[in-house]
Design a protein around this ligand. Structure first.
Ligand code: BG6
Length: 517
């Protein structure tokens, strides 16, 4: 999805869809470095550093790539290299190879400092300059803020004071920020002001790692590269859509983060609403960032909340019990969680979309921790055939047709439809037809972070939401979380179940049931 700048229309611009270059060849990042704040955190250790190593292994980073860790530890460059080595040997996707690591190692640097340490930022400036001189990074530097948002003002302020945010002589400076992008609309705006004081909007890359997942991008391929789905992708044929993000894990060691935020802000505001937008949006003119974002924004702006939030949303919190043969603690007894916490670990809601395409088609979203199993999917469930010329008992077991996009695991697409049961009767029952990535392609899908880090280094923004999308998503969520805070404590649910009874009641009121993924 390269977003190469289009010549102006006035100059008789070529249609970007007719670009004669062969786009199948992977693009390689140009000379550059990345400075990582929060490098000792879980995300960096398990995802970011391995992704950088995997990109190096795949030959997609320049041999001179620089990676600078910034943190409080009193580490030398060699200490940092050992830390990176441990992280990538434990978590890389492509397998550890000493020679690949040696290539990366040459560009590893560490700067000790706190987020407001002026002298440390001066040292950082020197290190970045040294990389330019000795490794030809060409003044192109990305700053990855894998840190809590309340540290953004200090870091962005210091980057601006030291001039690290300012590119020179045709080079670039970019900043990468991780969610949560605020905890409501007002704080998202404040956060954005802080970041955009130091960086131009086009140099801010907001990571929603779901957009880096192959299967999420496949929503676009499925819908817009085929003839057979789009004609039925509307209220004439679709009964409703269910978007599920279920996790079997609890909150692990993230109590501090999670208890302040809850499921709706953690994953619905970003991942699930992005899935909704890609599923429901109109066809973009091209996949260039501005076109794709414009369509997502249009559909997010058309989302409507149910009038009765008590009846059409649900909130849950896991209690103790058994899951997969293991005893698990209740949320309220997890380390670091206050015994009276009312944070939800499960959230569900009905959203409607006020457009001609989707009028009357509810989108049901649900997400939670400690559910039956780890699965993320989008199920487009179709209306029943208007007439069934069968004996009623022959179709007693016939459900509704569905197209299910399995985001993870077992990435692929399933279609469910009715088929004749072998025998003398005309009995019809549901069957499924399955496309699995693993069975059809030999290439393994890259990790989301590989794709996103590479795109950021290439300056290719379509897979990064812009501020407007973030704000539209908060506008959808804020009334729900405000209503919950005032009126709805989370209902209990057992670990390994599919959420609280209230979530099932919510669909039952509409005469529907959740799919059992
Ligand atoms: C993160 C959430 O964005 O996504 C986590 O903060 C969640 O709570 C994680 O566990 C799930 O990501 P994935 O890629 O494993 O589905």
């Amino acid at each position: 999805m390269t977003d190469s700048p289009a010549p102006s229309a006035a100059a008789g611009a070529p249609n970007p869809l007719r670009d004669p270059r062969d786009r199948r060849l992977p693009l390689i990042a140009g000379p550059s470095s990345m400075v990582m704040f929060g490098v000792t955190g879980d995300l960096a250790r398990k995802k970011l550093l391995p992704a950088i190593y995997d990109l190096t292994h795949r030959g997609l980073l320049p041999p001179s790539f620089g990676l600078v860790g910034y943190g409080r530890r009193e580490w030398s460059d060699d200490d940092f290299a050992e830390y990176v080595k441990k992280s990538v040997s434990e978590h890389s996707r492509t397998g550890f190879d000493e020679s690949v690591f040696e290539q990366l190692r040459g560009g590893l640097r560490f700067v000790t400092g706190t987020f407001d340490d002026k002298a440390a930022f001066e040292r950082l400036t020197e290190v970045v300059g040294e990389l330019d001189r000795t490794r030809g990074t060409g003044g192109n530097h990305a700053f990855y803020l894998s840190i809590p948002p309340d540290a953004f003002p200090q870091v962005c302020g210091q980057l601006a004071k030291s001039g690290l945010n300012t590119p020179q002589d045709g080079s670039w400076r970019r900043v990468v920020i991780e969610k949560p992008f605020g905890h409501d609309l007002a704080s998202a705006r404040e956060l954005n002001d802080v970041v955009e004081k130091a960086f131009r909007p086009e140099d801010v890359f907001r990571i929603d790692h779901y957009l880096g997942k192959e299967t999420v991008q496949n929503i676009l391929a499925l819908r817009f590269a085929n003839q057979m789905f789009e004609p039925i992708w509307n209220s004439g044929y679709v009964d409703h859509v269910q978007i599920t993000m279920a996790e079997d894990i609890g909150i692990g060691s993230r109590a501090g983060y999670y208890d302040g935020i809850g499921t709706a802000r953690d994953v619905i505001q970003n991942h699930l609403l992005q899935l909704l937008a890609l599923t429901a949006m109109e066809e973009p003119v091209t996949f260039r960032a501005s076109d794709l974002r414009a369509e997502k924004e249009k559909v997010l702006a058309a989302v409507e909340l149910p009038e009765d939030l008590a009846a059409h949303t649900a909130r849950g919190q896991y209690v103790g019990g058994w899951q997969g043969g293991e005893e698990v603690r209740p949320y309220l007894e997890e380390d670091g969680i206050p015994a009276d916490s009312t944070t939800e670990t499960f959230a569900a809601m009905r959203l409607d979309i006020a457009t001609r395409r989707w009028a009357g088609v509810p989108f049901y979203l649900r997400a939670g921790k400690r559910l039956g199993r780890r699965v993320t999917e989008i199920a487009v469930v179709f209306k029943r055939a208007p007439f069934l010329p069968f004996h009623s008992t022959d179709t007693a077991d016939l459900g509704q047709n569905a197209i299910v996009i399995r985001v993870q695991p077992d990435e692929g697409v399933t279609m469910r439809f009715g088929s004749k049961v072998p025998g003398t009767q005309m009995e019809v029952r549901d069957v499924t037809m399955d496309f699995a990535y693993g069975m059809n392609f030999t290439e393994e899908s890259p990790e989301a972070y590989e794709r996103l880090i590479l795109d950021m280094l290439l300056g290719d923004p379509p897979l990064f939401p812009r501020q407007k999308e973030v704000e539209l998503s908060w506008k959808i969520l804020d009334p729900i979380t405000e209503f919950w805070a005032e009126n709805l404590d989370p209902a209990p649910y057992r670990p390994g179940s599919w959420g609280p009874d209230t979530a099932h009641d919510m669909l039952a009121r509409d005469g529907r049931t959740w799919r059992r993924p």
